[in-house]
Design a protein around this ligand. Structure first.
Ligand code: MG
Length: 256
């Protein structure tokens, strides 16, 4: 069931989205060669708690998972697609690209956001992958108009990506968010115009294209969380939490 948020909930989600974006952009500034992915996680959790919020992913157990997720931040390096577990032994180096995915609980309501950032200078192919993936997110947001359907968002993202011949990850998707970190509806990054539920004002959704330089196929590590490209080529991920309004989509995970 798709939950329509109340006016009061929307105000809290706006605040929470601002907090989340503020934290994530501060974490981004810490991304330099030599830092460990665990250092980024510790910093993210500290900033979240300083704002009076709670990390949404820490100890979260997704459906089907054997163990709860052990960190606040997901850090996915290079060919890791999503849900990389931070480690003090994973030291970033020049030329890496890393996806930072973070969710917070603010006054009991959830927002979700991800960015992929370069570590120092990166290859032209990786830069393009990041730029196109971020653009795909914007294209999806632009299609998130009341009266359109979920399929219209999926179709917009897919048809933007296709000419670039990148792999669109199919086993993971965007989702409703707010009272839980994952709610209905699920929003694939590929699909058909006009299919699925109709978007209505008050819906809050997280759009998150996950795009690979090569194959769309992914594997999961033995840690039960880390999704990785099947061909070892790099992957990028961008995500915003947005609100459907009568006047178009509103990005909630922004600093201003
Ligand atoms: Mg998400």
């Amino acid at each position: 069931m798709i939950i329509i948020k109340t006016k009061e909930e929307i105000e809290i989600l706006r605040e929470g989205g601002k907090h989340l974006a503020t934290v994530l952009y501060k974490v981004k500034e810490k991304v330099v060669p030599g830092i460990s992915t665990k250092d980024l996680d510790i910093y993210a959790e500290k900033l979240i708690r300083e704002m009076g919020d709670e990390p949404a992913f820490l100890n979260y157990r997704p459906e089907g998972a054997d163990t709860p997720y052990p960190a606040s931040l997901c850090v996915s390096v290079n060919n890791e697609v999503v849900h990389g577990i931070p480690s003090k032994n994973r030291i970033l180096k020049e030329g890496d690209i890393i996806a930072l995915d973070l969710g917070i609980r603010h006054k009991n309501l959830f927002t979700d956001m991800a960015i992929t950032v370069p570590v120092g200078a990166v290859s032209g192919a990786d830069l393009k992958l990041m730029q196109i993936t971020e653009k795909a997110l914007q294209v999806g947001i632009d299609a998130a108009i009341a009266g359109n359907t979920i399929g219209d968002i999926s179709y917009a993202i897919e048809s933007f990506i296709r000419p670039h011949k990148f792999g669109i990850v199919e086993v993971l998707s965007g989702h409703g968010v707010g009272r839980s970190i994952h709610e209905d509806p699920y929003i694939p990054n590929f699909g058909k115009k006009g299919k699925g539920a109709k978007l209505a004002p008050g819906m809050v959704i997280a759009l998150e294209p996950m795009i690979n330089l090569g194959t769309k196929n992914v594997t999961i590590d033995t840690d039960g969380y880390t999704f990785r490209t099947a061909d070892g080529k790099n992957s990028a991920h961008f995500e915003h939490t947005i609100l459907i309004t009568e006047n178009g989509p509103e990005i909630l995970t922004k600093t201003l």
